[in-house]
Design a protein around this ligand. Structure first.
Ligand code: ZN
Length: 83
């Protein structure tokens, strides 16, 4: 697992060519613990619809947008760039 920010990290699952992202979802804050799929507010999302421009450093296009909480940004040169 590689950490991009305090709230966003990614990892490589064996069966996926593109990385899977986890973000700390502010939309889940306040949701009872037993209603959550993962511990805390972490939400997983694949990037199979994205183009993997570079694996190392990580570069994906276009930008990533998680509609659950509106987190939106680019991953370029292995860094998260808020959009
Ligand atoms: Zn979210």
């Amino acid at each position: 697992m590689t950490k991009l920010t305090d709230d966003i990290c990614f990892g490589w699952l064996a069966e996926e060519g593109n990385p899977t992202f986890w973000h700390w979802c502010s939309a889940l804050e306040g949701v009872p613990e037993d209603r959550k799929v993962y511990g805390g507010c972490w939400v997983a999302a694949g990037t199979s619809a994205h183009t993997l421009v570079s694996r190392e450093p990580l570069h994906l296009e276009p930008s990533l947008l998680w509609r659950c909480c509106g987190t939106h940004g680019f991953v370029r040169d292995g860094a998260w760039i808020p959009a």
